[in-house]
Write a protein that binds this ligand. Structure first.
Ligand SMILES: [Zn+2]
Length: 213
């Protein structure tokens, strides 16, 4: 199965879209054998954010040894979703007790209510798994243990775990993407996907970029 490699992108979806087929992407190492992969064409796809649809070109890489192919997804893209990482994040986080910047709801304006409900439902469904996963990553990075059992719905607990992981990564690494983006990078753009799957370990060199929230 082809896997997705999510990478921290320095520009917005609007700017990335304007680059067309000239987009740059990092060249990853093969997840199976560790050899540097080769670029292998790409494909166009749509990304929707703040009521606009952008056509973006996603580059692909392939391992010459194993034959494994990967889509190199900029971090504003969610695997198998048309709406951007920020759009889905704003909708999911708002319903899970997070305090967001003013105007965040405009990121998913025009998205059908049933689609927004499906994101929130998907996130809530996986919340227990995500909580355990991100708490473990936070602990690995030196976060202190939670004092007892957290109150709140499972989705709220998952958001707390993502926040704790982000804080621990930030302390350890310095500059990291915003929490929702970082969480998405770690799970290979599949925060709402079928299961938590780590296609590559969370290494500081992958999360060394900062972006205004
Ligand atoms: Zn390989």
């Amino acid at each position: 199965m082809a896997v997705a490699f999510s990478w921290p992108c320095k520009v917005s979806v609007a700017v990335y879209s304007k680059w067309g087929r000239k987009v740059l992407a990092p060249r990853p190492n093969c997840a199976r054998c560790g050899a540097p992969m080769a670029f292998d064409g790409g494909y166009p796809r749509w990304v929707r954010e703040a009521g606009k649809c952008y056509s973006v070109f996603v580059r692909r890489a392939r391992c010459r040894g194993c034959g494994i192919g990967e889509a190199l997804l900029p971090d504003f893209v969610l695997a198998r979703r048309r709406d951007s990482t920020a759009a889905v994040g704003a909708a999911v986080l708002a319903s899970a007790g997070a305090v967001l910047a003013e105007g965040s709801t405009s990121l998913y304006q025009g998205v059908p209510a049933r689609t927004v409900r499906s994101w929130r439902h998907r996130f809530a469904e996986r919340a227990g798994e995500l909580s355990r996963f991100f708490e473990a990553l936070a602990a690995e990075r030196g976060a202190s243990a939670l004092p007892g059992h957290l109150a709140g719905a499972p989705a709220e607990q998952a958001v707390v775990a993502i926040g704790r992981f982000w804080q621990a990564a930030h302390r350890r690494t310095g500059e990291v993407p915003p929490a929702w983006f970082l969480a998405n990078l770690v799970v290979g753009s599949g925060l709402l996907g079928a299961r938590v799957d780590l296609p590559w370990p969370c290494k500081s060199r992958h999360i060394c970029r900062s972006r205004a929230p």
